[in-house]
Write a protein that binds this ligand. Sequence first.
Ligand SMILES: Nc1nc2c(ncn2[C@@H]2O[C@H](COP(=O)(O)OP(=O)(O)OP(=O)(O)O)[C@@H](O)[C@H]2O)c(=O)[nH]1
Ligand SMILES: [Mg+2]
Ligand SMILES: [Zn+2]
Length: 348
Amino acid sequence: MRNKRAQNLSSGGFGQQKKTDAEGTIIKGISGFYYVAVEAASDAAPRADLPANLAPREGMRIYQCRARGIFRKEKKKPLVGDRVRIEILDEEAAEANLTDILPRKNELIRPAAANVDQAVVFFALKEPEPDAVLLDRFLILMHRQEVPVLICLNKKDLADSGVSQHWKMIYEGCGYQVLLISAGIWEKEKRSEPDNQKDPELEELRGILEGKTTVIAGPSGVGKSTLTNVLQDTVIMETGEISRKLHKGKNTTRHAELVPLGNGTYFCDTPGFASLDLPDMEKEELQTCFQEFEPFEQRCRFQGCSHVTEPDCGVREAVQGGKIAPERYENYCRFYRELQDREKHKYS
Ligand SMILES: Nc1nc2c(ncn2[C@@H]2O[C@H](COP(=O)(O)OP(=O)(O)OP(=O)(O)O)[C@@H](O)[C@H]2O)c(=O)[nH]1
Ligand SMILES: [Mg+2]
Ligand SMILES: [Zn+2]
């Protein structure tokens, strides 16, 4: 009944059954539905009783869409971040069909998202403590997926400033930009005192995000959803108080969600992951993920030196001379062996 009425409204009269098509971006996929944000799609006001997740925001209408059977047949899985074509079935009720996926600029496997410009690798300085092995795994993953990375360390309010600076120094030394922020503190203060002083690093982060699609990736409970809330005017992400015993967020994020921040800026909140396998890669490729090794590689005696076992290795000398962080080198060796083991299993 409802569909019929929508068709009639948009038919332009004389019984032509024309439906309205629109182009938009998938912001969320959940239980068989895709939520698609469409810029200024229609002047028609949505119903006042629409659920909160379908309410218009940042000048965008949100439609709840079902994917047509063709996607299943073609084994094409729509991803958050996909530019798509939709066929609007009921403007007032914000219902539509997903009819086509436009070509992707890129496709991230973890976190699963399409058309991503950059990633924020997000860890907490405390509660939970940063895990350097996991952090380096994220960096390798992003490098392999060819996504530029910014490292952001949150909860600086809880950490000793010496410790924070230590982390910052290590990763800046590896060629990454590192921001230390406190999303939680800012979130509280912003709500209570709108005129408070701006946090310079948070403002720097906003500048970096401007006009781009950014995905945030990190462990659970580090404050990814808190930051997502800070970046927008209305709170939409549920965040979890840390349970002291389990060190797990209570309101942990379960689905990736792309949040339109206006002016073509999108921020994708994702579920945290506790462990991460290395991507499918050759062990020889691993050193390209450790940019800080490069200036010392020409000092290695052997060409194609793995920097793990060979004598007269320039990289190892640099570690001993304090020019490369030992934590990073240790992780490199650990990952190298992991890839070596994987190779052995593949061919045995
Ligand atoms: N002290 C402090 N607490 C913070 C800060 N940022 C976030 N928190 C708290 O950390 C807890 C977890 O935050 P979330 O934003 O839910 O973490 P998340 O990364 O989204 O976690 P998942 O959804 O499980 O992946 C909440 O209790 C937040 O209030 C901060 O800067 N300082
Ligand atoms: Mg979350
Ligand atoms: Zn070497």
